[in-house]
Design a protein around this ligand. Sequence first.
Ligand SMILES: Cc1ncc(COP(=O)(O)O)c(C=O)c1O
Length: 396
Amino acid sequence: MAMSFPSELYASRMRQLRPSTIREILKVAAQPEIISFAGGLPAPELFPVDAVRAAADEVLTRSGREALQYGPSEGFPALREWIAHEMQSRGIQAAPADVLVTNGSQQVLDLVAKLFINPGDVVLTENPTYLAAIQAFQALEARFVPVPTDGEGLIPEALPELIKQHRPKFLYTIPNFQNPTGVTLSAKRRQALARIAAEHQLMVLEDDPYGKLRYSGTEVPPIKHWDEAGCVLYASTFSKTIAPGLRLGWIAAPADVFSRLLILKQAADLHTSGFDQRVALAYLTGNDQSVHLERIRHAYGERFAVMDAALKVEMPANYQWTKPEGGMFLWLTGPVELDGLKLLEQAIKHQVAFVPGRDFFPTDGGSNYLRLNFSNSNPERIREGVRRLGALCRVG
Ligand SMILES: Cc1ncc(COP(=O)(O)O)c(C=O)c1O
């Protein structure tokens, strides 16, 4: 029989962490007969499996011994160089020395939290925001203060008062096709945010996993593009452009932040897999990225359009949803009395799943929202899933 340890044995910060009832329900949603709009998964049929196999083969043949050895904590130098060029193409001045390669961008959130958050420190976030960022910051006992948002993202003019009142450690923001809302911060607001951050010495953590997944509209440069004062830390990932199973992400940070993050990275895991980094680099340099990205953008754009059209037909008039120009999610607002968790229980019985909005709100509220993922289901399943969901919403 397994021993049960007394609760005092666990660190006091564990008391802050909310167990997620939703996670349990979502385990059921992973069954293949359920049409799931729940997870944040890319389309697996678009993973470049053959090209990654060829890249892995090339790495093992050419430099198998180095690839399987321990490596530098900063990351594989040639990949850091590739990433610095990639950031330059996104409008960011970055050198290879600024780049720390991490285990997905999720590790960035964990390391940044460890570096800056003391118990009770305030983090400013969009409202709602990425669920696993809330978890990462909560694990270090952060307090959350939401920044007012609208259809163009967070409202920078609200920041000076919040900064004065709460003295936050940093602002966490997802400016492109935000998770969970799909909303993109306008160029004007990015400029205003960079200016306000400089004026108030506010550190900004810009999390950009979805920027390359734009299927309509015009590209907007990252906030970091306008960051002359050096207030913005920029994070991104290969999870959505190659595959999340590689667990490869990065952060670009100035030298004083970088050197401290590096110590935390060493303590966490010594370094990110040197084999995976080399495979990613061989894949990136051996294949035309624009062709692969275009396939993803085309498929996701089509899937969004199918979901949007199906929602127009199936949903009652008192439901609205966002129209993202990229990424993987849209955000549905139901009538105030809607209980998203109860609707999910019903939905699972009808073999369709989504994530109720509540858990994306770092403080309170949000029970009448649903997050729908459109990247991980084909058009036929999207139509059928929305039909089932619409029928449940019409019943009330
Ligand atoms: C906003 C945001 N940040 C970070 C991540 C973590 O991604 P990864 O660790 O795979 O790079 C995700 C994953 O869905 C995300 O949506």
